[in-house]
Design a protein around this ligand. Structure first.
Ligand code: 9PG
Length: 757
């Protein structure tokens, strides 16, 4: 579909959406008086008191790009409030608005994200001041009836009209797309946060990209891949199928380095860990040969937010150095958590530098957030001394502790509203300057993980991004029923709904994997723990465990191993625009020796249901497929139509492998990894003349698992060898062969077949 130039003020696509009566608007103050400029034509300057604005339109394949250019023309500065690069009534999508699904992207890492059903949405946010401060940066009294999505949205009118509105630049202004639920308004707004524009100075708003198409998920993936969003040095990988020999060694940034694995102190100890706890976990990782790289010391080692080198002597009696040294000596990377843009009211930092924090109109320090009961003021990251202090803090952590992985948390504090040292800096620019100072200090080869982070201004600076709320020992939230509250269910929602960002804007961090047995410190039942494992493994992002490993029942470690290493590639949430809690993840895998699909089918219900999975819903090419039910280790036979899960248990994820039927012996699956061959199978060769099937296996650590083969008639198995030694096998069903092995590094698995008479 090609967008054609049209007479303003309409933006339209042949046979597709139309936005009629569109305009742009700028709100500002000049000489203390509020002003509004309205623009209804591209490229024609419009002037008001003290300000001139030009509305730019550009046609691009399948769509348009819109932005505004503002110049201060008076003798005194103007105070800029908002710039609507597009405003008008809701578009015509060929179907009434109550039938639409609207992708609502939250502001920061923990903010709820999902495709809202306009007529029957599940979610009403709690509306508390705390919720607004953390998740609704543009809240105002007329927010009722308004849907706001930060930076990007997709409006989808089933079955096949979708319109994406997404900013493709995000460094300078917070930007949202607002839709009034009665259809009276659709606005793409850039927030200028009352910054001053000096006489003669100009600025450009962020650039809005509009694109129409039949597939809303694909539109979102395409947007996330746009080059503007990945500044140089962080080139986005174009939507990759997992292809053979994907190198993930060394290199800088996420574009080249491996997807991190590791262990994190937080979700067992919750900050109460001592140095010995860390060292004991380090030993357990070595002893169990767990392929976990980063040892992440999360919150709790410091005496106060802001005093990062004041180490709590009750927990780390000898300081951080000996722990850091032990981590490095064991061949691991040291990870350090900070909340770099906060200063606890009780911190030495704040006492020494009360002028380093953002202030409100009355001159009081602005609270960034309340950290486990302690108010933390928002640091003013436009203040040169703050930026210098940030640089020194992170250089020291790298130099003195050897940290090379940095989780920087509660980043939204730097973007709290208020007065700053530099009155021309927006909230987005202030935040970005802070993150830039940290990136410059740690170097390009260290891994930077954003958390509690407004997403847009961090693009290109962070390697990884937490994209959801905290995981939790509970499935449903225990304290508050809002979608941002810590819970496994809430963490998984965002991990899935923001899956299209993975490998495009950064590497997604779905938060930690917990596999410990049910007990006082974990309330997940087996199906829930397996769902957490399956979803994290299928999404292919950061994979950090957060159990107390010396105490874990060793049998539980097999779950952790089945999620390692991450594939680096995300499964696609196929029903993102159908269900507010998507149920269907699909990972296509393509290799020289074959092609298969791994589907994660999730039951979010609290009761057992019957679920039908159709090949057509998965978009698989027509044909006959073997189906394997991963967690149940059960072969479900061959289908050319659908699989029925008669008893799909509460919170159970059925991981189903679909492998095209072959007329000669072939690899069905292995049980070493949820993605079933995507990481541990290095090659698979069949020699018809000798009847030999060889499967190369490789995986770090030590793990028992099974290889399953399909054996169609007239073939029958003669023998199985592992690294040349004969090995036992069984036939769990006609036409199937199964053999177990202990994999330590590499193994060559071979099976010999003959034709029966
Ligand atoms: C450490 C933790 C962990 C975790 C982070 C972050 O009060 N709150 O709203 C709140 C939200 C998130 C949160 C803590 C408190 O968790 O996501 O991984 O690092 O900080 O304190």
């Amino acid at each position: 579909m090609d967008a054609h130039p049209v007479d303003p003020p309409t933006l339209s696509w042949p046979g597709g959406p139309a936005l009629r009566q569109v305009a742009a608007a700028v709100r500002y103050r000049f000489g203390g008086t509020p002003q509004t400029l309205t623009l209804t034509e591209p490229d024609r300057p419009v002037a008001g008191p003290g300000l001139q604005a030009v509305w730019r339109w550009e046609s691009v394949p399948n769509g348009y790009r819109l932005w505004l250019e503002l110049t201060a023309t008076g003798e005194t500065p103007v105070t800029l409030e908002t710039a609507d690069v597009l405003t008008g009534p809701a578009p015509d999508l060929g179907a009434p608005l109550p039938t639409w699904r609207v992708y609502q992207n939250g502001w920061q890492s923990w903010s709820p994200t999902f495709a809202r059903h306009m007529s029957d949405s599940i979610y009403a946010d709690p509306g508390t001041p705390e919720y607004r401060a953390a998740h609704q940066p543009h809240w105002e009294p007329d927010y009722d009836g308004l849907i706001s999505s930060e930076w990007v949205t997709v409006l989808f009118a089933p079955p096949a009209q979708a319109l994406l509105l997404g900013f493709v630049t995000t460094k300078d202004q917070l930007a949202e797309i607002r839709l009034r639920s009665d259809g009276s308004e659709l606005t793409a707004r850039c927030h200028l946060d009352s910054v001053l524009l000096s006489p003669g100075a100009s600025l450009r708003t962020e650039i809005l990209h509009l694109e129409a198409g039949p597939d809303p998920l694909r539109l979102l993936e395409t947007w996330a891949e746009m080059p503007h969003l990945s500044p140089s040095g962080f080139a986005a990988t174009p939507f990759p199928l997992l292809t053979e020999g994907q190198e993930r060694e060394g290199g800088r940034g996420w574009g080249e380095g491996p997807v991190p694995t590791g262990w994190c102190t937080w979700y067992y100890f919750y900050g109460e860990n001592t140095a010995d706890d860390v060292l004991e976990n380090l030993r357990a990782i070595t002893e169990h040969r767990l392929p976990l790289d980063v040892i992440l010391i999360d919150d709790g080692y410091q005496t106060a937010i802001g005093d990062w080198f004041s180490i709590n002597p009750d927990k780390f009696p000898d300081g951080m150095e000996p722990v850091a040294e032990a981590v490095r000596a064991a061949g691991h990377r040291l990870g350090i958590w900070t909340a770099p843009f906060g200063a606890a009211a009780t911190s030495e930092l704040f006492v020494a530098h009360p002028d380093w924090v953002v202030r409100d109109d009355e001159g009081n320090p602005v609270v960034g957030w309340v950290h486990w009961g302690v108010p933390c003021y928002a640091l003013d990251t436009t203040h040169p001394e703050v930026l210098a202090w940030l640089g020194e803090t992170f250089r020291r952590m790298r130099r003195e502790w050897g940290a090379t992985f940095f989780k920087i948390d509660f980043l939204f504090a730097a973007a709290r509203p208020g007065r700053r040292h530099d009155p021309t800096a927006t909230r987005a620019q202030a935040l970005r300057r802070g993150v830039e100072a940290i990136r410059a200090a740690i170097g390009d080869d260290a891994f930077l993980l954003g958390c509690g982070a407004p997403l847009g201004p961090c693009i290109g600076l962070v390697d990884g991004m937490r994209i959801g709320t905290d995981v939790d020992p509970n499935w449903h939230p225990i304290f508050r029923y809002d979608l941002s509250a810590a819970s496994t269910e809430n963490a998984l929602r965002n991990a899935i709904t923001r899956a299209p960002f993975h490998n495009r804007l950064w590497l997604n961090d779905p938060d930690c994997l917990l596999v410990r047995q049910r007990g006082p410190d974990l309330d997940l039942v087996l199906n829930e723990m397996r769902t957490l494992t399956a979803v994290i493994a299928l999404l292919g992002g950061l994979t950090l465990n957060s159990d107390n490993l010396p105490l874990i029942r060793p049998g539980r470690l097999k779950y952790l191993r089945q999620a390692l290493p991450p594939t680096g590639v995300s499964a696609r949430p196929l029903d993102l625009f159908e269900h507010e809690m998507p149920r269907l993840l699909l990972l296509p895998v393509e290799r020289d020796w074959g092609r298969w699909w791994v589907a994660g089918v999730i039951n979010w219900e609290d009761g057992t249901v019957q679920t039908t999975v159709r090949l057509a819903d998965l978009g698989l090419p027509p044909g006959r497929y073997h189906v394997f039910h991963y967690w149940r280790r059960r072969y479900l036979g061959v289908t050319d139509d659908a699989v029925v899960l008669a008893r799909h248990q509460p919170h159970e994820t059925a991981v189903l492998l679909f492998k095209p039927v072959s007329d000669r012996p072939d690899l069905l699956t292995t049980t070493f990894h949820v993605c079933q061959g995507a990481v541990e199978v290095t090659d698979c060769r069949w020699d018809e003349a000798t009847g030999l099937l060889s499967v190369g296996l490789e995986k770090a650590g030590q793990q028992f698992g099974e290889v399953w083969l399909t054996v169609p008639p007239p073939w029958e198995a003669v023998e199985v060898r592992v690294d040349g030694r004969r090995s036992p096998w069984v036939s769990p069903a006609p036409g199937l062969l199964r053999a177990g092995l202990m994999l330590e590094g590499r193994a060559e698995f071979t099976a010999t077949f003959r034709k029966s008479l």
